[in-house]
Write a protein that binds this ligand. Structure first.
Ligand SMILES: [Zn+2]
Length: 363
């Protein structure tokens, strides 16, 4: 009886990394720019949007890539982090590049800030396009967890901006029972139910494509089932705050973005993640490779591992295999997890799809 009681209370966290979305068809980070410019070419439009032109100029001047004429499969694009990183650091230090300036008295200044925003739009565009049809792996996982009676004991932490997990949870709970760990203006309006004890927790550490931020009112709006950020890009004139008419901003924060306007809301999410994770006994990484650059996440995981009464009580499982994954890649990855988190790490041969079919949260 005592044993059963303990088992019922056992909490598990499923940590969804980029690999979980890639399993559904999202582009992997290394192909992001290539896929995006292929998409732009395939659209065959007469007038290119301002942000598309500006992005093309950015890659031409900063990385010597002609996105209109070069062979995109052979072009050597920077990583998303590198492209954003140079802009972010220039902005942080209030410095300029010769062709891309910070705000000054010249009328065409401030290109750096526009480009940061355009890179976020680029990501929204390519995610939106690549996930038009998905393999429903997230849906399978949530459905299975619910039918096993495990969903209520599970919390979700995600580094992904897409809304695959959001939609999968909402399908099972049509009354919008998701607790994102932040306050939305929708609660007051009654357009999204305020979370309660039974809500499923989904903490999105890097923001989300269905969140819109008004920098004037300092409020956050959720656009359920809809990627509000994508709509913002296609039709900014229809995406303004109902109260003050300011055009919304996205909250999409790549790992190396240290400085961001919307930090208030994101730090709430991070605090909440730490509080929730500190009570979890089993942490399952799905599609996450523990990259060196993610020091903020490593810091979070270290804290919740060591700041508990019994650090050995946290079990860690890694589910990050996929067909064609090289043995040496697996070995390196396993070493990264073990070196940082110790021998309690169970590095499995499972992929996200296998796990979704048979989610075992008690190991
Ligand atoms: Zn407003």
């Amino acid at each position: 009886m005592a044993n059963k009681l303990k088992k019922d209370k056992l909490k598990t966290a499923i940590f969804l990394g980029a690999g979980a979305s890639a399993a559904e068809g999202a582009p992997i980070q290394t192909n992001l720019f290539k896929d995006y410019f292929k998409l732009i070419r395939s659209r065959d439009r007469h007038a290119t949007a301002e942000h598309e032109r500006e992005l093309a100029t950015f890659f031409a001047l900063m990385f010597d890539i002609d996105v209109d004429n070069d062979n995109l499969d052979k072009a050597l694009f920077p990583t998303f982090e590198e492209a954003l990183g140079v802009l972010d650091l220039a902005d942080l230090k209030n410095e300029s590049f010769k062709d891309f300036t910070n705000i000054n008295f010249a009328s065409n200044s401030g290109r750096i800030n526009f480009l940061r925003l355009y890179l976020v739009y680029l990501m929204a565009d390519i995610i939106n396009n690549s996930l038009r049809t998905s393999k429903n792996i997230h849906r399978d996982l949530i459905r299975k967890l619910k039918s096993n009676g495990d969903l209520a004991k599970t919390i979700f932490i995600s580094t992904n901006y897409d809304i695959l997990c959001d939609n999968a949870i909402q399908d099972q709970y049509p009354s919008n029972k998701i607790d994102y760990g932040v306050e939305f203006v929708n609660y007051k309006e009654g357009s999204f139910e305020r979370p309660d004890q039974d809500s499923i927790k989904l903490l999105k550490l890097h923001g989300s494509l269905n969140w819109l931020y008004c920098p004037t009112c300092n409020i956050l709006r959720i656009t359920p089932y809809e990627k509000g950020v994508y709509k913002l890009m296609v039709d900014p004139s229809s995406s303004y705050c109902r109260k003050c008419e300011t055009v919304y901003s996205p909250i999409i924060v790549p790992p190396t973005f240290y400085k961001d306007l919307s930090k208030v809301f994101l730090s709430q999410v991070w605090n909440r993640a730490e509080n929730e994770l500190s009570e979890v006994e089993h942490l399952i990484f799905c599609g996450y490779s523990f990259p060196d650059a993610d020091i903020h996440i490593k810091y979070l995981i270290k804290r919740i591992q060591k700041n508990r009464r019994n650090p050995q009580s946290l079990k860690i499982t890694v589910i990050n295999n996929h067909t064609g994954k090289k043995a040496e890649t697996k070995d390196e990855e396993k070493l990264r997890f073990k070196r940082f988190l110790g021998n309690n790490v169970n590095y499995t041969d499972w992929g996200f799809e296998d796990f979704a079919k048979k989610p075992k949260i008690v190991m």
